[in-house]
Design a protein around this ligand. Structure first.
Ligand code: CA
Length: 218
């Protein structure tokens, strides 16, 4: 997973980042709301871990900005404030969960998995993309009632893109979804999957943004 960590206390952020990287996640760490917001608006993350007291403001204001822009990336609040009102405020503004500091590293990982599973469950219905009917739960895709067969790697690529319609997904996120950690990945392997998906599903469904990644154009 690609994780955005927003936390200004290095003593908390460093061990958390190391712990998550040891679990093969990609972690990008920022210490201010400003930097974090521009990262969120540019790239796609699977989850955001958000501290509330940051040098340039309150994490809740960032959360509101993100949700106002209809960005649905799951957010877990990391906070020393254990007052009930702060938790309710966070959840009301669109946070998915919160962890009280000081936290246990394994607890954070467990929450990440729970929150991501929950957001996956919301995708189990059939979605209609152009003239395609796609069901992630049983991995089926059809056009006008006719099934289209995809390989498991093509499914993995499509699934990642479907979770972030109209957003540029970095090439590394797609490769991370398609290949197991430690797999030897040939430089053009992902492009080959993308071009087969275009051939099967429609040539302009997936748009290439050179140097940035790929975007599913619903
Ligand atoms: Ca802080």
């Amino acid at each position: 997973m690609r994780i955005l960590l927003i936390e200004d206390e290095a003593a908390l952020a460093r061990p958390l980042r190391e712990h998550l990287e040891a679990e093969h996640h990609i972690v990008e760490w920022f210490t201010t709301l400003d930097e974090a917001l521009s990262a969120i608006l540019t790239l796609e993350y699977d989850i955001i871990l958000l501290d509330l007291q940051l040098p340039d403001g309150d994490g809740l204001s960032l959360l509101s900005k993100v949700r106002d822009r209809h960005i649905r990336t799951p957010v877990i609040i990391l906070t020393a404030r254990d007052k009930v009102s702060d938790r309710i405020d966070g959840l009301n503004r669109g946070a998915d969960d919160y962890v009280i500091k000081p936290f246990d590293l394994n607890e954070v990982t467990a929450r990440i998995h729970t929150v991501c599973r929950r957001s996956t469950d919301q995708l189990t219905q059939t979605s209609l993309v152009r003239d395609l009917s796609i069901c992630l739960a049983d991995r089926s895709v059809s056009r006008q009632g006719r099934d289209i067969r995809l390989t498991s790697k093509e499914w993995s690529v499509l699934e990642v893109l479907l979770r972030r319609p109209s957003k540029i997904v970095p090439k590394e996120s797609l490769e991370a979804a398609v290949y197991a950690f430690g797999d030897e990945v040939e430089s053009n392997a992902l492009e080959a999957h993308i071009s087969r998906l275009r051939a099967k599903l429609g040539k302009d469904l997936i748009v290439t943004h050179r140097g940035l990644g790929y975007l599913l154009q619903p």
